[in-house]
Design a protein around this ligand. Structure first.
Ligand code: AMP
Ligand code: MG
Length: 413
């Protein structure tokens, strides 16, 4: 059976990132957050666009103020007032200064700003009460960014800082990768949807809802295909449809060794190549990963049926695959933290074991608290309000309280 890291490598290797021009769309900057930039951006503007003041104060010539002090202040004549947004008219001559405000354009002739707090004003004269450094508090044109250089590369996720940069560079619309399409269906004769009455023996198809939420949070578009009976004919039809419309297909249930677990058999009959049939992970061992002999084959994940196993395998294997597919050029692998465990953590040592719980900040240090209640893969109730998975590697049967443990924080996308 495959180790978790081998399975992860196989999966990521099978993912072809969106890269084609046909996989891009144009969006307004106001709706571009969390999208993946598809085309690099350059700006014809320098940043700052012109020399400007970093302070409210006075624009002066350095040579006039270099020896100033409270005892022997330089006394300068104020020849202009320059608020932000105005174009200065005068050229500062020896013995002169301009009143200036933060962000306003430096007047010609001046090379230094004296902050207001170091001055005293008397009508149209200003007393400079301390020496300045040359060019102090001047933000020079192009000192942050020079026009024509690459401003943002393709393949980055757009968050608030990038959106601000794009706005400043006057890009009201941009080209981003389309959202990956992820088809979702659940298999099982026992399943009913959230609004149907439960008969004896039936359970609600919670996986469909959980997976749809995870897919949406990952930045992809969920295509909800509903519940499919444990019936080979119905299953084959849905799988064939899902394969035709999606970049990734996520089914849950029917991949174990039971008599009614048909998914792998149907994948075989559809001539799929099954890359993974099981992984040494708990929960989540019966995981199927397949591709189809078609030019744009989606990646098929036959997730286990148990709700705990669905969440764990999604976070561990599916989320990195969606991220890589999305066109993002870095950071698709899960990032683990080393933290202190508050509780005793146990495993049978035969599989890489994932226990859900919560990261708490204790005196500025993260501590993992295992969720109370059953960690059966069939229990989803105590998964609510958790934000991390603790990982016990294969062979490790015990982590004692206060010992270090690796955790996967459950951040989405
Ligand atoms: P299976 O692998 O199909 O035998 O499913 C394993 C367990 O997960 C069974 O107890 C199922 O009832 C449960 N299960 C399967 N699919 C779902 C689902 N969509 N939502 C909630 N539980 C499920
Ligand atoms: Mg089933």
């Amino acid at each position: 059976m495959l180790s978790v890291s081998d399975a992860e490598a196989i999966i990521l290797n099978l993912v072809q990132p969106l890269a084609d021009q046909r996989d891009t769309e144009v969006v307004d900057l106001l709706t571009a957050d969390s999208r993946i930039l598809a085309v690099p951006v350059t700006s014809p503007l320098d940043f700052p666009h012109w020399d400007n003041s970093a302070m409210d104060g006075y624009a002066v010539r350095y040579e006039d103020v270099q020896h100033s002090s409270a005892e022997q202040p330089a006394i300068l004549e104020i020849v202009e007032e320059i608020p932000a947004g105005y174009q200065p008219k005068s050229t500062i001559q020896p013995g002169q200064a301009a009143r200036i405000f933060t962000g306003a354009v430096m007047p010609a002739g001046a090379d230094t700003i004296v902050m207001q707090e170091k001055t005293r004003r008397e009508e149209n004269r200003v007393f400079i009460l301390a020496a300045s450094k040359p060019q102090e508090f001047v933000r020079h044109k192009a000192s942050f960014y020079q026009a024509g250089r690459q401003l943002l590369p393709a393949g980055i996720k757009l968050n608030a800082p990038e959106i601000a940069v794009l706005a400043a560079a006057q890009c009201p619309q941009l080209s981003v990768y389309r959202r990956p399409r992820v088809a979702i269906f659940s298999t099982g004769d026992e399943l009913v949807s959230v609004d149907q009455p439960l008969q004896p023996g039936q359970i609600v198809d919670s996986n469909q809802y959980a997976i749809a939420a995870l897919v949406r949070q990952s930045g992809a578009e969920p295509l909800i295909l509903g519940i499919v009976k444990d019936d080979p004919v119905a299953l084959e039809k849905v799988i064939a449809h899902a394969v035709a419309i999606a970049d990734i297909v996520l089914s849950s249930g029917g991949v174990s060794v039971g008599d009614y677990d048909y998914v792998d058999k149907i994948l075989d009959s559809l001539r799929a190549k099954i890359h993974i049939r099981a992984v040494q992970i708990k929960p989540g061992k019966p995981l199927t990963v397949a591709t189809f002999p078609t030019p744009h084959s989606p990646l098929y994940f036959g997730l286990p049926g148990n709700p705990g196993a669905v969440l764990v395998t999604f976070w561990r294997f599916v989320l990195p695959a969606i991220k890589k597919l999305s066109g993002i050029t870095e950071s698709w692998e899960p990032v683990f933290l080393k933290v202190r465990s508050h509780d005793e953590l146990r495993s049978d040592g035969k599989n890489e074991t994932y226990l859900w719980g919560k990261l708490h900040l204790i005196d500025g240090v993260y501590e993992f608290h295992k969720a109370g209640g059953s960690h059966s893969s069939g229990n989803l109730i105590n998964l609510a309000q958790t934000n991390a998975l603790a990982v016990l590697p294969m062979g490790k049967t015990l982590i004692s309280p206060q010992e270090e443990v690796q955790v996967l924080p459950l951040v989405n996308g």
